[in-house]
Design a protein. Structure first.
Length: 178
C-alpha cells in the first residue's frame, strides 16, 4: 500500500491563505492549459482521502478538479451527510487513521492520494505517508495554512527527482526512507 501527498505550496510553505483561499494558485500563467502531470498521477491512484475543509473548498470550484474519476473519502468526524449530485463516489470516513487505512486496503484501495493540510499533518504524525510530491509556487504569502505542523515527527525522506515546470514551478518528489 502507498499513501502519496501531491500538493502545491508557496515558497514559504503555505498551502492556502489564513482564510483557506487558494486564489494565488489560480492566478499562475499557464498558456498551454497544462495540468503538469496531475491527471497522470491521479490515474495511478485508487482513491483520494481528503479532509472536510478541503472537500468543502473543492465543492466551491467551478468544476470538479479531478480529471480521473476516483472515489473520494472525506475524513470528518462532524460531517454526517454529503451534498447531492456529486460527480464521483464520495464516502465519509473517520476514526483512527491506521485502522481506517487498513480498512480501505482490505477493500482493495492500495494507492491513496492524501490531500488537505490537517489530513496530511495527521498522516505524517501517524507515519502513514510513503511519498510526497511538492510543487513550490513562486510567491511569498507571509502567512497562511502551513503544509507542515510544528508537531510533525522527524521522518526521513529520500529525494528522487526535481522538475521545473513552465519555467516557474519547482516540483520535487520524495520517498519515505524506512
Amino acid at each position: 500500500m502507498s499513501n502519496t501527498v501531491y500538493i502545491a505550496t508557496s515558497i514559504d510553505g503555505y498551502i492556502a491563505r489564513e482564510d483557506g483561499t487558494m486564489d494565488w494558485l489560480m492566478d499562475l500563467p499557464n498558456p498551454d492549459q497544462s495540468d503538469y502531470g496531475f491527471s497522470v498521477f491521479l490515474g495511478k491512484m485508487d482513491g483520494i482521502i481528503m479532509g472536510r475543509k478541503s472537500f468543502e473548498a473543492v465543492l466551491e470550484f467551478n468544476e470538479w478538479p479531478y480529471s480521473v474519476p476516483v472515489p473520494v473519502f472525506v475524513l470528518s468526524n462532524s460531517m454526517k451527510e454529503l451534498p447531492p449530485g456529486l460527480p464521483v463516489k464520495v464516502e465519509i470516513v473517520n476514526g483512527e487513521l491506521k485502522t481506517m487505512v487498513e480498512s480501505l486496503k482490505a477493500r482493495g484501495f492500495n494507492h491513496l492520494y492524501i490531500d488537505g493540510g490537517k489530513t496530511i499533518q495527521g498522516f505524517l504524525q501517524a507515519d502513514l505517508i510513503d511519498e510526497m510530491i511538492i510543487t513550490r509556487i513562486p510567491i511569498l504569502l507571509g502567512a497562511g495554512i502551513p503544509l507542515f505542523s510544528q508537531q510533525a515527527p522527524e521522518l526521513r525522506f529520500e529525494h528522487v527527482k526535481t522538475d521545473v515546470l513552465n519555467n516557474m514551478l519547482v516540483r520535487s518528489r520524495y520517498i519515505r526512507k524506512r
